[in-house]
Ligand binder design. Structure first.
Ligand code: ADP
Ligand code: ZN
Length: 434
């Protein structure tokens, strides 16, 4: 019979997880003394390696931030000599110095295991054909999934990003059963299938979709599942924690198991920096405890989520994170109200008439700030003016109930909004800066 868990650590009980975490925290803290950055951090905050007796002692360590990664660019945070590293991934650096994450051969090996574990959990097996539509190169969704899928033993198709017609040809020619795609691209794939008269249920063997890298709502997932006739699982990761393979939904599709043999999880209030009570939303803070080249202690991810209470029926005891609400820096502040794009998406995707693409535009008119939500419609004839107006009105009403501000809703024809190759751009802020 098929094994239930990909490896032994996946099936650990809570007490076993915590014992392993404490052991790995000790060795990680010791190992971090190889890093000039952490030596100084520890000295500055009067913490020493011998202070770590329980997992709670983690809180003695100051947070590590993205700014720290930028300040130590490129290699200042490494805990091992550079000649032991075999790869680096670097972020684009559009908003400041880029950041670098270094990996030893062991790090890459452990990363591949984590991704393989995630894929195994949702039913992928060596007989599957896995097609990856991520960009390769520095974007970790490319190589991260590649090595994980190979580790599991699937036939992998490194199709990379874009060229949807070629992706469709690969689906049919190679018998692809599993696809990794960002949610906005999954919707695009379906549109092109429709244009070409391809029925995913009849003409392909697609069964499983792995969607991640950007926030998306439950309704978006259901839509993708209905369109493509697949099960779609939420995959969460970030370059600073290697990439994909950090947290992943199991078949229950109710929360993402975060692999606690790799990470210690904290959820904090981003303002007070204190832990939030169990089950409340806050900023996810992660400590890597299974990394050699560049461990990060108490890294502030800026992602907002909460820990789901209770045990998962699947039997795994690794904590479950709720679907990400967004990043603290994605939050829109309009007329003093805090709004997350995902709140808007959640409302929009409940309207059958709407397609998947939308754009939130913030602008200043006569010294007042406004929000316009442009959203593509599916099938209503664009010339049925009364129907369009009634729909716009209903969407506006529901959005106002959710975000407490009245946006201007504009229904636009399908394919009229700009498409991006990578992660979808959902917000355009054209407001006057005072
Ligand atoms: P960048 O930092 O350039 O966006 P990354 O690939 O490292 O590149 O992106 C990681 C970020 O992407 C996460 O911190 C999170 O904000 C977002 N992200 C990744 N996976 C998900 C997911 N499943 N749901 C929501 N957001 C996600
Ligand atoms: Zn589960």
């Amino acid at each position: 019979m098929d094994k239930q868990f990909y490896n032994q650590e996946e099936g650990l009980s809570r007490s076993e997880i915590e014992a392993l975490q404490l052991e790995r925290l000790h060795s990680t803290v010791e190992h971090c003394m190889g890093s000039a950055f952490y030596r100084k951090r520890f000295a500055d905050s009067n913490v020493s390696v011998s202070d770590f007796k329980t997992l709670d002692d983690l809180r003695k360590i100051p947070f590590t931030t993205k700014q720290d990664l930028r300040d130590t660019y490129p290699f200042g945070m490494a805990s091992v000599p550079l000649d032991r590293c075999v790869r680096l991934h670097s972020s684009s650096g559009t908003t400041g110095n880029p950041t670098v994450i270094l990996h030893t051969a062991r790090d890459l090996d452990q990363w591949a295991n984590a991704v393989a574990r995630c894929l195994w959990m949702v039913g992928c097996r060596p007989e599957d054909v896995f097609q990856n539509t991520s960009g390769y190169g520095m974007f970790t969704g490319g190589l991260g999934f590649q090595y994980g899928a190979e580790r599991l033993g699937m036939l992998t198709v490194p199709a990379a990003a874009g060229n949807t017609l070629r992706q469709l040809k690969f689906f049919t020619d190679f018998g692809t059963t599993v696809v990794h795609a960002i949610p906005s691209y999954a919707a695009r794939i379906f549109e092109v299938m429709q244009e070409k008269g391809i029925d995913p249920r009849r003409d392909t063997s697609l069964r499983t979709l792995v969607i991640g890298a950007e926030p998306h709502s439950e309704d978006t997932r259901r839509r993708i599942e209905d369109m493509l006739g697949v099960k779609a699982y939420n995959s969460f990761g970030m370059s600073e924690m290697c990439g994909p393979g950090v947290a992943f939904e199991c078949k229950e599709q109710n929360g993402l198991h975060i692999w606690e043999d790799y990470y210690i999880v904290e959820i904090i209030d981003p303002d007070t920096l204190e832990p939030v009570p169990d089950g409340q939303v806050g900023e996810l803070v992660l400590t890597t405890i299974n990394r050699e080249a560049m461990p990060l202690l108490r890294y502030r991810t800026r992602d907002l989520t909460r820990i789901l209470p209770g045990k998962c029926p699947c039997g795994r005891e690794h904590l479950r994170l709720d679907r990400m609400k967004g990043r603290s820096d994605d939050m829109i502040i309009l007329k003093g109200v805090n709004i997350f794009p995902i709140q808007i998406e959640t409302i929009l995707m409940q309207f059958e008439e709407l397609a998947s693409d939308y754009l939130i535009i913030l602008e200043t008119l006569e010294d007042n700030d406004y929000m316009t939500v442009k959203v593509e419609i599916k099938d209503i004839p664009v010339d049925d003016y009364a129907k369009l107006k009634a729909l716009e009105k209903e969407i506006t009403r529901q959005l106002k109930d959710e975000i407490l501000i009245t946006p201007r809703v504009r229904l636009v024809p399908k394919d009229s909004l700009p498409k991006s190759e990578g992660k979808a751009v959902r917000v355009k802020d054209l407001r006057k800066q005072y």
